[in-house]
Design a protein. Structure first.
Length: 371
């Protein structure tokens, strides 16, 4: 059963869930994962020249596409278009779009009087560090799987070279044998959030910044929304669904949030609408992408009472990526339990709520500017 956090998201006292895989398959997978805890992690196996070339190619491609939020977001979508059975790539694309909005929000006119430049820089560096760490961990896995479709690869042999958790080896082996998109997606959600917690949040100063996000940015209404534009409205605005993320610092809650977003995004009506949106709108990081009548990305133009929301390229320069420590998060049998179930949810339209948040935030800024 899901926690009180997910119950709060859905506004219900009880959240219905469904199994990700059947009970027999879960027991078998759990047994395989438990055995992984006692296997040594060995990345020193011998490789043929063509294998070494493949590893080098994946490292090079991952580094090139990990340059910034724009390149990561485009990479996830391009991958999904080539491999539509990997639902996680589509979810990652949409979450990455939101990551770009959060980065540019820090330079938007709505934040001018709420955070000083030093605070904005700290929050951006945290967001960039977290998102680039996830990409560096996940994308080599995706590329290895893609290569395995063309030529059989022993993924278990390659994964340690990229410091991928032993948790993922049985998952990929299961997926190659019997593609179950929901199992792979949930597993990647778990892996990336646990990896982030162990390698970045617990072992760098960014952990403190994340804890501050839990309360400091809640008052900056809209900053913590994860939104999916899924339909056009007559007034030129895209209708939005999604949720407001809370308790950033708790990895369990981030995992449950990821499950929620996955179930929401792949509901037929939402999926159709979001798919149409991403075909029509190239990601720039500016919230103008989905609400042109409210936001503008032109800092010098007459705003006509619009909120300045810059593109990512105008807001922030590219950052050097420093690989996090290669610590494996998978250390306890109980961590497998997150694979048991996912929520049964209905779409909630957030359009009016987000509009109210925007109006409220503009009022706060006008008052602070006046005084």
């Amino acid at each position: 059963m899901f926690s009180q956090y997910v119950q709060k998201l859905l506004g219900k006292s009880f959240v219905k869930t469904k199994p990700i895989i059947d009970a027999e398959s879960y027991d078998t997978l759990k047994s395989h994962l438990q055995k992984e805890l006692f296997q040594p992690t060995d990345g020193s196996k011998a490789f043929f020249p063509e294998e070494t070339a493949l590893v080098k190619s994946i490292r090079s491609k991952t580094a090139a596409l990990n340059r910034n939020n724009i390149t990561r977001t485009q990479a996830y979508l391009a991958y999904y278009n080539r491999n539509p059975e990997v639902h996680w790539a589509f979810l990652a694309h949409m979450v990455s779009r939101n990551g770009g909005y959060h980065m540019t929000d820090l330079k938007s006119s709505s934040m001018t009087h709420l955070l000083d430049s030093a605070e904005r820089q700290k929050f951006f560096l945290f967001l960039e560090r977290a998102n680039s760490a996830i990409f560096a961990d996940a994308f080599p896995q995706l590329l290895l799987y893609e290569h395995s479709k063309q030529k059989e690869l022993p993924l278990r042999k390659y994964l340690p070279l990229f410091h991928i958790s032993r948790f993922m080896a049985p998952i990929w082996e299961s997926f190659i044998k019997e593609p179950q998109s929901s199992l792979l997606t949930t597993s990647l959600i778990i892996n990336e959030q646990r990896m982030l917690q162990e390698r970045v949040i617990k072992r760098t100063h960014h952990g403190e910044i994340l804890r501050r996000l839990d309360f400091q940015l809640q008052e900056f209404l809209g900053f913590t929304n994860v939104i999916f534009p899924y339909a056009n409205k007559k007034d030129g605005l895209h209708s939005l669904t999604g949720l407001t993320v809370e308790r950033f610092a708790d990895p369990k809650q981030r995992i449950e949030t990821g499950k929620f977003l996955y179930e929401l995004l792949f509901q037929p009506a939402v999926f159709r609408g979001v798919s149409q949106f991403i075909k029509e709108v190239t990601h720039t990081g500016s919230r103008k992408d989905y609400w042109q009548t409210i936001y503008t990305s032109d800092a010098s133009a007459s705003k006509d009472d619009k909120i300045y929301s810059p593109t990512l390229h105008d807001a922030w320069s590219d950052q050097i990526f420093f690989p996090p420590p290669s610590i494996d998060w998978f250390t306890k049998e109980s961590q497998v339990e997150d694979l048991q179930s996912s929520p049964i949810i209905k779409k909630v339209d957030l359009t009016n709520k987000v509009l109210e948040n925007v109006k409220h935030l503009k009022t706060i800024n006008e008052l602070k500017a006046f005084f």
